[in-house]
Design a protein around this ligand. Structure first.
Ligand code: GLU
Length: 519
C-alpha cells in the first residue's frame, strides 16, 4: 500500500480539463477523453454490464480516447470469487478490451479500489479539515433503531445527522473511546444543477430526502460515492457514462466535487436494458451472463450488435453491424431516455448474420475451422469411422456450404448434421418403403460418380441428379431425392441432396451408396 501512495497522490495530468463550455460533449481537440467501466465484482459480467462497457468503449474509440476498467471492490462482504477475472476476461472475449485495467495496468493504477485506500483517506482528511465531513460515533444499534422507527412510521429510513454538530471537545472525548469512527459527508442544500448528456438538466435535492451519507467506514474502506468521485478525479475521467440507476446519485457526487474543489466530469446516464416485455433482465436466470452465451456458441459480434439494436445511440436499428461500424455510426446525442428493450429471441438470427460474415472471410474461417474441429471431436470423437472429417479442408468446405443456413457453429454437431461426421445406419426396408427401385437408383448414382468424379459444381450435380429419375416408372423425382437423402444421411429432411453429396465428397458418397447395395 505504502509503495503505491506516492504515485497515487500525484495530481492527475490528462491534458486540459474538460469544461462544460467547451462544446456540447466536451470533446474538443486537446481535451483527453477518458471513460471508465466501473463494475463491482459482485457477480459475473452480464448483458447489462456489457452494454455499459460497450458504450464507454465506443465513445472512447470515437474520440481517440482511453477506455478504463476499474473494479469497485470496496464492499468486501459482497465480492464473488472469480468475478473480477471474469469481467476482464469477458471484455477481452467480447472484443472490447480496456486500455487500462487491473490486468493491463496503466498510468492511473492501481485499478482496484481496494488498493487505493490511501487516496480515499487523503480526500476524507481534506473534507474533515474544511468541515465538509464529520466523524459519526453513532452505534450500529442506534442506527438500526432509527431505521426501524422510520419503517414503523412508513417513512424512508434516513440518518438524523446527529453527529453533525458535535463540538471539538465532544469529538476529542468520543475519539478516546472510538478512535476509528465512520466519516459522514455533510449534504449541503442547494445542489448544483447539471446537464446530463442524455437526460438534460437535472438536480436532486438530496439533503431534503437523505441523511448525511457515510463516505468512509470505520474499517478504512470508502463507500461507493466517495470512491467513485475520488477515482474519477484522479484517473482523469472526462465523461462518466453509466446506468441511469446512478442518475440520482450524481447530485451527491457533485456536492463532493465542490467540497473537494475539483472539476467534475461530464455525465451521460444510459437508460436501462430490459426484456422485451419491460421486465428486468434477471441475473438469477443465469442466462444473461456472457459466459453462458460464449459456452453455447454465440459470437461476441452478435451480442454487441443486438444490445445496440434496441433503439439507443444510432440513427436506425440495423442488424449485422460490426464494431467498427458501431463506432462510426454511434451518436451520443441519439441515446434516448427510454429503456432499451432487448429481444433475445432474435439472438440466433443476429448470430446467423455474423457467422455468415465470418465464414465468408478466409482468415476468420481459418479460426472457425479450429473451433469446429474441437466441437466435432467433443461430440463425435469416439464414434468417428473416418478421422478425415477432422481435416481442415473438409471442415472448411462444410462451413462454406452451410453458411447462411446455420445460426451457430454448434448447429453443425446437432443430430440433424450427424451424417457429416459419421455414417448412418440405414435399413433396406426403410429405403424400400420410399421406392422399389432402390438398386436401380443406387447403381445410377454410382454410374454418375464414375462419369463425373469430383469435377462437378453443385449446380451441375443438381442437373445430373434430375436425370436420375428419367425412365423410372412409378418413381417420382422427389422420391428419388428422398431415397438418396435417407441413404446418405439417415434423415428424411436436410440440405439438398446435391449439397449433401458436395459436402461428403464422391468417395464417401460411393461408400454410402455401396452400403445400400450390399445391405
Ligand atoms: N460500481 C458501480 C456499479 O456497479 C459503478 C457505478 C458508476 O459507474 O459510477 O454499477
Amino acid at each position: 500500500m505504502a509503495a503505491f501512495s506516492k504515485r497515487l497522490l500525484r495530481p492527475p495530468a490528462w491534458g486540459r480539463p474538460v469544461g462544460r463550455r467547451e462544446g456540447s460533449l466536451g470533446t474538443d481537440a486537446g481535451s483527453a477523453v477518458r471513460v471508465r467501466f466501473a463494475p463491482s465484482p459482485t457477480g459475473f459480467l452480464h448483458l447489462g454490464g456489457l452494454r455499459t462497457a460497450l458504450y464507454n468503449y465506443i465513445f472512447a474509440k470515437k474520440h481517440q480516447g482511453r477506455f478504463i476498467l476499474r473494479l469497485e471492490d470496496t464492499d468486501q462482504t459482497r465480492l464473488v470469487p472469480g468475478a473480477a477475472d471474469n469481467i476482464e476476461a469477458m471484455l477481452e472475449w467480447a472484443g472490447i478490451p480496456p486500455d487500462e485495467s487491473p490486468r493491463r495496468g496503466g498510468p492511473a493504477g492501481p485499478y482496484q479500489q481496494s488498493q487505493r485506500l490511501a487516496l480515499y483517506a487523503q480526500a476524507t482528511e481534506a473534507l474533515l479539515e474544511t468541515g465538509a465531513a464529520y466523524r459519526c460515533f453513532c452505534s450500529p444499534q442506534r442506527l438500526e433503531l432509527l431505521k426501524k422507527e422510520a419503517l414503523r412510521n412508513h417513512q424512508t429510513p434516513r440518518y438524523d445527522n446527529r453527529c453533525r454538530d458535535l463540538s471539538q471537545n465532544q469529538v476529542a472525548q468520543k475519539l478516546t473511546k472510538n478512535p476509528t469512527p465512520a466519516i459522514r459527508f455533510r449534504l449541503e442544500e442547494e445542489v448544483p444543477a447539471f446537464e446530463d448528456l442524455v437526460y438534460g438538466w437535472t438536480r436532486h435535492e438530496v439533503a431534503s430526502v437523505e441523511g448525511d451519507p457515510v463516505i468512509l467506514k470505520s474499517d478504512g474502506f470508502p463507500t461507493y460515492h466517495l470512491a467513485c468521485v475520488v477515482d474519477d478525479h484522479h484517473m482523469g475521467i472526462s465523461h462518466v457514462l453509466r446506468g441511469s440507476e446512478w442518475l440520482v446519485s450524481t447530485s451527491k457526487h457533485l456536492l463532493l466535487y465542490r467540497a473537494l474543489g475539483w472539476q467534475p466530469p461530464r455525465f451521460a446516464h444510459l437508460p436501462l436494458l430490459l426484456n422485451r416485455n419491460g421486465s428486468k433482465l434477471s441475473k438469477r436466470q443465469g442466462d444473461i451472463f456472457l459466459e453462458h452465451f460464449a459456452a453455447v456458441g454465440f459470437l461476441p459480434e452478435a451480442l454487441l450488435d443486438i444490445i445496440t439494436n434496441c433503439g439507443s445511440g444510432f440513427a436506425e436499428n440495423q442488424m449485422g453491424r460490426t464494431l467498427p461500424e458501431l463506432i462510426a455510426q454511434f451518436d451520443l446525442s441519439r441515446v434516448s431516455c427510454h429503456s432499451a428493450l432487448l429481444d433475445l429471441e432474435k439472438l440466433p438470427e443476429f448470430n446467423r448474420v455474423h457467422l455468415q460474415r465470418l465464414v465468408s472471410s478466409e482468415s476468420q474461417r481459418r479460426q472457425l475451422v479450429g473451433k469446429l474441429q474441437a466441437l466435432v471431436e467433443a461430440a463425435f470423437g469416439s464414434q468417428l469411422q473416418d478421422r478425415r472429417v477432422l481435416e481442415p479442408a473438409y471442415l472448411d468446405r462444410i462451413m462454406l456450404l452451410r453458411q447462411g443456413h446455420i445460426c451457430r457453429l454448434q448447429d453443425l454437431v446437432s443430430p440433424s448434421y450427424a451424417y457429416l461426421w459419421t455414417r448412418p445406419t440405414v435399413g433396406r426396408a426403410q429405403l424400400g418403403a420410399i421406392s422399389e427401385k432402390v438398386d436401380t437408383i443406387a447403381k445410377r448414382v454410382l454410374g454418375l460418380l464414375e462419369r463425373s468424379g469430383a469435377s462437378l459444381t453443385q449446380e451441375a450435380l443438381s442437373g445430373e441428379l434430375r436425370k436420375l429419375s428419367e425412365g423410372l416408372e412409378g418413381t417420382k423425382h422427389s422420391s428419388v431425392m428422398k431415397l438418396l437423402r435417407v441413404a446418405l444421411s439417415g434423415q428424411p429432411q436436410g440440405p439438398p441432396v446435391a449439397e449433401m453429396m458436395m459436402s461428403l465428397g464422391p468417395e464417401e458418397v460411393r461408400e454410402r451408396i455401396q452400403n445400400v447395395l450390399s445391405s
